[in-house]
Design a protein. Sequence first.
Length: 250
Amino acid sequence: MTDYLIGEGYRRNDIGFSSLGAESKYFKDGYWYKQDISGYEGMAEEACSMILRHSNLKDYVEYEACTINGRSGCRSRNFLKEGEMIVTFKRLYEIACGKDLTDHIYTIQDVAGRIRFVIEFMKEYAEIDCTEYLRNILSFDMLVLNTDRHFHNLAVIRSGNEYRECPIFDNGASLLSNYGMFPPDEELEEQIEHAAAKPFSGSFEQQAVVLGTGIKLDYEAIYREMDNIRHTRLHEVLEYQLKRYRTYFV
């Protein structure tokens, strides 16, 4: 695992997209560097990249697990082009309506209705159909148990007055990586059952079933690369989830 030495002048003090807190983040030479804060987020990011690399999806951010100034984390290449900026679903709704998107969708009783509301809002305000984007993310989050997919890491990319979808990014809260939420000495299956989803429901399956999945996985390739995962807990969670949803992603 590579150790990158990054000077303090490259530190970014903004919280960024994670609601879990202020990771130490740096930006240097076209790469973002993010240190872990609560477990093995960097290795979870790399494992999620590996899964997506062996899928039919092309639009995702590739993460490399590493150490940054001696502390575990990950790095990823900046995916924005010159003149582009990320605008989150949360921010778009605040601009358009002056309200919090999460607060509003939970006035809608059924999960399907919440998802439809967001799709229609994005069509009207950003002139973009995010159905496929949400289909892929919600089904992928079910597989990897991403407990932090709030509306601040669902996003579009703005260039002038035009928008396009973001790649899939920020998967560090996946695969039970947060030791505070999922202590490694507790029963694995029980923790998996108690992992709560976002942003449309606390149930990963309730969210995923609404739009279905278009993700196809090359299980043989994934299992071959899993041999390189040396973190026992990460390996166990990933193996469990792949077996659990085997028929869903083939």
